[in-house]
Ligand binder design. Structure first.
Ligand SMILES: Nc1ncnc2c1ncn2[C@@H]1O[C@H](COP(=O)(O)OP(=O)(O)OP(=O)(O)O)[C@@H](O)[C@H]1O
Length: 490
């Protein structure tokens, strides 16, 4: 066994007036402990003053002060040292009465057995080590708590600033003003809120702003997209699971409801959930407790629910696809976020804000739109709403070599003002070409056909099989067109 050097061994003080007893103890313990010896209380006090003693091993019968008396004193003066009394049967009465007052850890009966004594002293030394770590933790905690509290409140202030209703970009007099005013009022209360709106309209942004304006702001805001995962997974994600509940469940796993305890959970696309899942969710909302998959024990949760859907949930209820009782649970109040095409005025301020954000992402803070951008953005119906607008702006900004981002760098579908063109224009990077501004219809169509082909080929990395499939052409037909337009991989 590797032993630490003697000066690192825990110190044990043996107090006994009989030299032979002290010697026997030293022999038993000195491989693992640094032994100090005292033949009476006065000597023991002097040693205690000079050394950091982990364990006191004290005989009960000593001339003058008894063992228990000395240990009582030791408890007052050196409370950290763990105290053990050594005694014969006849002393047990005295010891039992003094046991509590002296705070004695263990009591060793004479004649003692070496292995048992060693085990007792080891346990006492371990107790001392544990006490020390606890004390250190306590100190750490006391000094750290104000720092943690400070950091927490700073983080909360930052989150509040970012997710403030004011930061939901919109034009003065926007239809969103009313929605935001209502959401801000509702934020204070625990009423369940259902947010309706097409994909990408900012439903989650609104839910976040409500959370950070609510009394729950210092607790977590947790989101789940109910459409993104299968039913069984959704159940385990939201409600948690016990270890072994299913193949691959190696550990107990707290669900999102538990993680959101005290805060808010945002259930996006709630209209996509199955009837079986809806029953389980209803139970959680009614009873205020979740039952992790594979567990019989429910866990109480205090969570505010904000749900969202792009569907007409009332129609879903009428069609029997969404449970009416669950609908009433989640739709305490309904807020509708209008699509971007119904608030054209918002497009310019939102686009400016998004360009600013993209500039930060790209490290190009001087980015600005050219004058021809606004009419283009206004002429497109934005079926993917603000998320689509953000993607378009990101793409145009990335393609622009200049700080001024021109309209021609937006994708064809946007330039055309037609959502339907998207299938052909996609997310390609080839669209650095302006639309044909003159010529006959046939000439312009031909120019556009060439642009489309070029965009598709670049996007698909000149894979003719994939391009032909996407465009509904044969490979031979595609090759003929590429030849006619002089398009080839550079
Ligand atoms: N008014 C706004 N001002 C600035 N950014 C916005 C605004 N509305 C939405 N966004 C941004 O648009 C993106 C999409 O918004 P969000 O995720 O909230 O939409 P959603 O309706 O929840 O979409 P989905 O239902 O598809 O999840 C986000 O990056 C969001 O920050």
């Amino acid at each position: 066994m590797n032993l630490p050097p003697p000066d690192l061994l825990p110190v044990v003080l043996v107090v006994d007036d009989e030299a032979r007893s002290r010697e026997a103890m030293r022999r038993t313990l000195d491989e693992e402990f640094h032994i100090l010896e005292a033949s009476q209380a006065e000597e023991a006090r002097a040693l205690m003053e000079r050394h950091e003693v982990a364990v006191i091993l004290c005989d009960q019968r000593m001339p003058g002060v008894s063992g228990v008396e000395f240990l009582k004193e030791a408890r007052q003066r050196w409370p950290e040292a763990v105290r053990i009394i050594v005694s014969g049967y006849t002393d047990s009465e005295d010891i039992i009465t003094g046991l509590n007052e002296a705070g004695i850890h263990q009591y060793v009966l004479k004649p003692w057995v070496p292995d048992a004594l060693l085990a007792t002293v080891r346990a006492a030394a371990e107790t001392r080590t544990l006490q020390r770590s606890l004390q250190r933790l306590d100190v750490d905690l006391r000094t750290a708590t104000p720092v943690l509290r400070q950091r927490r409140s700073e983080a909360l202030a930052r989150a509040r600033a970012v997710f403030d209703f004011e930061r939901i970009e919109r034009a003065p007099g926007s239809p969103l003003d009313g929605v935001c005013a209502m959401a801000e009022r509702l934020a204070r209360y625990d009423l369940p809120v259902l947010v309706l709106g097409e994909s990408g309209t900012g439903k989650e942004l609104l839910a976040r702003a409500m959370h950070y304006a609510s009394p729950r702001a210092a607790q977590p805001f947790v989101t789940e997209n109910c459409a993104a995962i299968a039913d069984t997974l959704l159940e385990s994600e939201l409600f948690g699971h016990k270890r072994g509940a299913f193949t691959g469940a190696y550990d107990d796993h707290p669900g999102l409801f538990q993680r959101a305890h005290g805060g808010t959970i945002f259930l996006d696309e709630i209209g996509e959930t199955s009837p079986a899942f809806q029953v389980k969710l209803l139970r959680v909302l009614q009873e205020g407790e979740v039952r992790p998959v594979g567990s019989a024990t429910p866990v109480p949760v205090d969570v505010r629910v904000i749900a969202a859907t792009h569907r007409d949930l009332e129609a879903e209820v009428r069609a029997g696809r969404f449970r009416q009782d669950l609908y009433y649970r989640v739709a305490g109040v309904t807020l509708s976020v209008p699509p971007l095409r119904e608030r054209l005025g918002d497009i310019a301020p939102i686009a400016q804000r998004l360009l600013h954000d993209v500039g930060l992402e790209l490290g190009r803070t001087a980015l600005r739109f050219a004058d021809d951008v606004a009419p283009v953005l206004l002429g497109y119906p934005w079926p993917g709403n603000i998320r689509e607008l953000r993607n378009e702006i990101r793409r145009a900004a990335a393609l622009s070599d200049e700080d001024i981002v021109p309209a021609r760098l937006f994708s064809l579908k946007v330039l055309h003002g037609q959502a339907g063109v998207s299938a052909a224009s996609g997310n390609g990077h080839a669209n650095g070409v302006a639309l044909p501004a003159s010529g006959t219809l046939a000439q312009r169509l031909e120019a556009m056909e060439a642009m489309l082909l070029r965009e598709v080929m670049l996007r698909l990395r000149w894979n003719k099989t994939h391009a032909a499939r996407e465009l509904g052409l044969s490979r031979v037909g595609l090759r003929a067109k590429l030849l006619r337009f002089g398009l080839e991989e550079k």
